[in-house]
Design a binder for this molecule. Structure first.
Ligand SMILES: *[C@@H]1O[C@H](CO)[C@@H](O)[C@H](O)[C@H]1NC(C)=O
Ligand SMILES: [Cu+2]
Ligand SMILES: [Zn+2]
Length: 198
């Protein structure tokens, strides 16, 4: 009889343990899924012409950044540009209705001087130039290791600014070159926002 009870307790105990174990496994798997290292963080930016400048620049820029990667992919199209190079930066603050001045300076959390995207010292926001063809469209296709969509360098809520002139990448030899790249007027801008990816 005692032996019988012993076996019964053992069986009931084993079933309970298995149940609790399975419960924790499911919990852990859900947690792992939520913080999946391969998740893509996705953001977008819809360029709006600065009403204070002549022209009609627009476009869509999309950001793709995998959780486990230092490299962000920034792609899209900018329309309504004059043929040639145009400074393309991430500035510090968000903007509303093409009020590009509100974006303030290039996003620069390190206090570095302005430079090109490959320079040893650059602002986080220094993405160099985009190049427009005869049709006024610049196809953007940038891979960068400094800009991020997450962590303390996240550019979400900041803005993209497209400029009238070429960014001299900090090589212009004057003071403006080391702050703005002498890229001239702010033609269009938009706030970078998180979006679901499809
Ligand atoms: C940019 O334009 C090309 C075609 O010229 C198109 O395939 C691509 O999807 C566009 N990119 C975005 C982000 O709209
Ligand atoms: Cu700029
Ligand atoms: Zn800069």
């Amino acid at each position: 009889m005692a032996k019988c009870l012993q076996v019964l307790f053992f069986v009931v105990g084993a079933i309970c343990c298995a149940g609790i174990g399975a419960g924790f496994t499911v919990l852990f798997m859900n947690f792992a899924k939520d913080s999946s290292p391969n998740e893509e963080v996705h953001a977008e930016c819809f360029l709006v012409q600065n009403p204070g400048e002549p022209g009609d620049v627009g476009g869509v820029i999309v950001f793709h950044h995998m959780r486990d990667s230092t490299t962000i992919h920034i792609e899209g199209n900018v329309t309504g540009l004059s043929k040639g190079l145009h400074g393309f930066h991430i500035h510090t603050y968000g903007v509303v209705d093409g009020d590009c001045g509100a974006a303030e300076a290039h996003y620069n959390p390190d206090g570095f001087v302005h430079g090109g995207p490959d320079a040893e010292q650059r602002h986080v926001g220094d993405l160099g130039n985009i190049e427009s063809g005869e049709d006024g469209t610049a196809h953007v296709n940038i891979h960068d290791n400094i800009v991020s969509l997450y962590g303390d360098r996240a550019v979400v809520g900041r803005s993209i600014v497209v400029h009238a002139k070429e960014d001299d990448l900090g090589l212009g030899g004057d003071e403006g070159s080391l702050t703005t790249g002498n890229a001239g007027a702010r033609l269009a801008c938009c706030t970078i926002f998180l979006a679901p990816h499809d």
